[in-house]
Design a protein around this ligand. Sequence first.
Ligand code: KG4
Ligand code: ZN
Length: 320
Amino acid sequence: MYVLGIESSCDETSVAIVEDGRRVLSCETNSSLNRHKEFGGIVPEIASRMQLETICCAADLAVKEAGIKLKNIKLVAFTEEPGLPGSLLVGISFAKALSFSLKIPFLGVNHLHSHIYASFLEAEKIAKPFVSLIVSGGHTSLFYVQDFNKIKVLGFTQDDACGEAFDKVAKILGLEYPGGPYIEKMAKKGDPKKIKFKCSQTNAVLDFSFSGIKTAVLYLIRDRHIQIYKKTDIAASFQESVIDCLVKKSLLACKAKRVKSMVVGGGVAANNRLRNKFNEVFSRTDIKVYFPEKSLCMDNAAMVAGLGYQLFKKTLLENR
Ligand code: KG4
Ligand code: ZN
């Protein structure tokens, strides 16, 4: 069954065709990122205007690249929430118009749940239930997943999201936006043990807090310790402390829920140090860890189409 997916929750306009929830036939993604760089963050009005301009073209290309006809599509899935309201509205309106004209159903999916699903695309089967960590520019959450329609939040950030902390620290270090990939590059040349940064304690053990560590970096620079420490060491030490915290809490959640699979997703999951550290720590346990392909860590419509297919199938079964 061919599903057309639409993702427009932030700066991306993405349309994909996915077969039977797993095979990605096409995924056409445009980003308005370059237009936001001078502002150091996403400007919602610029994002939604560009999505309005590009969504038709992206859908056209996605269908052509998949080598199918519009009439072969059986479902339109779109990101329903959370996201920028104007951006979501573009995707939702396009999905509804397409579904109406093709006389096929449409289905809205949760953005974070679709990040969880990214590991199921073009990949081996993952045993359920599992714990999932989603680390992106807007969110840092731990989930307990019994099934795609049975997902429970175990913990989330009390302040900055993990990607947001990378972006803010990058700005403090004079790097470009979005800062995650630049911090990763700089960290490769630094000593991760040089400075002891610590993520703040949280009341609930599976929650996260990153604003303290970001402020610690800020004070280090403000108080001119930059003359003592190299920027590369600051980047490496910051990255290491954040990853340590993510790995520790994920392992804790897996043990508490007694699961045998751990699924990591979201933009920050593209970070090589994070992937290596998870693999290293989890290889000492009987819990298997999974990541999406790097291109599927960022916002994309393939994960939306894939999850849409699974939820649609479940609804059909339940209504039989
Ligand atoms: O999932 P995503 O594409 O968008 C949201 O839903 O937010 O994630 C974007 C975030 C940005 O904060 C970016 O800095 C971060 O993911 N990111 C990274 C890396 N690549 C992207 N953070 C650390 N290391 C990376 N390699
Ligand atoms: Zn995202």
